[in-house]
Design a binder for this molecule. Structure first.
Ligand code: SF4
Length: 432
């Protein structure tokens, strides 16, 4: 092991990102590299991940902690990176959820195992921004655009893959599309407008690749919304690739992305400032400016996709989703993903979805609370099938469970009243 690196905390270090979403993390790492910070996604999880994560946790922690910790220890144990050359991007949050404990817990384990030189970066901690230094605001915007663009490619993949005529064609096109987009993210443009132009070009090429996949949209599949705890629903290793399993069972998925959570945190910040009567403060101005710029970037990137997502539009304002959750969860008594999952389920029903899966780590309080209100919500939504699934890393075979759910979905689809509106050439409305 060499001498510790001196200078600003990130100098000479590679920032590693826990692999919440394969594509988003790759794109955000590219955004970091675009401002001169070395960054990589953590390599994919496997059985060794769970073995190491399990060895250094008590069993009471949530699955995302076990997976993240196991991935980090695997990387260090195999000597792929020196601790004093490594930084770990580990977002945190205040509040009662165990998520806020991940960063301190991981730091403690690393220290105990002699990896104390690893820098754990948290977006809410000053040490991280000190390291990013002069690039902080540029990086926040570049990362948002990168994540948003990758999410749009993901969305198009889920739109095309269930209808591909040749198995594997959509995944192959997506791989190429994502690499091209990440290349565009990483390339250094002169200004923000120039960088946006490159991103849009990268997305347009990706879109063309995915649209060229031979597909038969003549018979629309039942649409299954996927909501739930953010890491578990998006990390295919943790949820045993549930999206692909739904597709294998004859469905099509619409999964809530990372952007929904980021919109939620922005909205929560503005609400908090209002509650403390900070309407006319620089903090409020900053929060509103961020909201405005992120919406503008989102609209620009989305414009590349024409009417590809007709019938799959996300809510224009995350507050609309929170409003839909209100009859079931008290707005100021419940916080976080449970609000989003419940509100989004009502939203998906209005968009004509045929069922909703709520994906959670075993013992996650978000899933437990949402599960308690789903029976009433389902009754209010014409009997929409809603199923909560918990994952604990044991990779149990859930095909039977999913098959039963898909039977309910098909039965609901045959009698539902909501008409889906789709783009021409991508299927008729499922029911009239
Ligand atoms: S959201 Fe659920 S899984 Fe995530 S830290 Fe909180 S309780 Fe654990």
């Amino acid at each position: 092991m060499g001498a510790a690196v001196s200078g600003p905390p990130l100098a000479g270090r590679t920032v590693f990102f826990p692999s919440m979403t394969d594509s988003g993390v790759r794109a955000v790492a590219s955004a970091f590299r675009s401002v001169g910070i070395d960054a990589e996604p953590i390599p994919p999880s496997d059985d060794e991940t769970l073995a190491l994560g399990g060895r250094y946790s008590s069993g009471e922690e949530c699955l995302p902690l076990k997976v993240t910790l196991g991935d980090i220890l695997k990387l260090l144990a195999h000597g792929k990176v020196r601790p004093d050359r490594m930084a770990l991007f580990m977002p945190t949050a205040d509040g009662p959820c165990r998520f806020g404990q991940y960063g301190p817990y991981i730091k403690g384990v690393l220290r105990e195992l002699g990896y104390g030189d690893v820098l754990v970066l948290s977006p809410t901690c000053s040490d991280g921004y000190d390291g990013i230094g002069e690039h902080a605001s540029e990086l926040v915007r570049a990362s948002w655009r990168a994540m948003m663009g990758a999410e749009l490619l993901d969305k198009l993949l889920l739109r095309v893959r269930p209808y591909e005529k040749e198995k594997g064609a959509a995944d192959a096109a997506f791989k190429e599309a994502l690499s091209g987009f990440c290349g565009a993210v990483e390339s250094r443009g002169k200004g923000t407008a120039e960088r946006m132009r490159r991103l849009k070009n990268g997305l347009a090429r990706g879109r063309a690749l995915l649209r060229a996949v031979p597909a038969d949209f003549s018979v629309p599949r039942p649409l299954v919304g996927v909501v739930g705890e953010i890491f578990c629903r998006l990390n295919s290793f943790s949820n045993d690739d549930v999206v692909r399993k739904v597709e294998e069972a004859g469905g099509e998925c619409w999964i809530s992305g990372v952007s929904e959570w980021l919109w939620y945190t922005n909205a929560a910040r503005i609400r908090m400032l209002k509650r403390f009567r900070k309407h006319l403060t620089l903090e409020m101005l900053g929060a509103r400016l961020k909201w405005h710029l992120q919406h503008r970037d989102e609209r620009e990137l989305l414009s590349v996709f024409g009417d590809d997502f007709r019938g799959y539009e996300e809510a224009e304002d995350v507050n609309d989703i929170l409003e839909l959750a209100k009859p079931y969860l008290l707005p100021d008594g419940a916080l976080g993903e449970m609000l989003l999952s419940v509100g989004k389920t009502v939203y998906l029903h209005r968009k004509g979805a045929d069922g909703v899966l709520d994906i959670n780590p075993f013992s996650c309080m978000n899933g437990i609370v949402s599960e308690a209100v789903y029976p009433r919500l389902s009754r209010d939504c014409d009997g929409l099938p809603v199923r909560v699934i918990y994952y604990d890393g044991t990779h149990a075979d859930r095909r039977y469970e999913l098959d039963i759910f898909m039977d309910l979905v098909r039965e609901y689809s045959a009698r539902k009243k909501t008409v889906r509106v789709l783009a021409p050439g991508t299927g008729k409305a499922a029911t009239a």
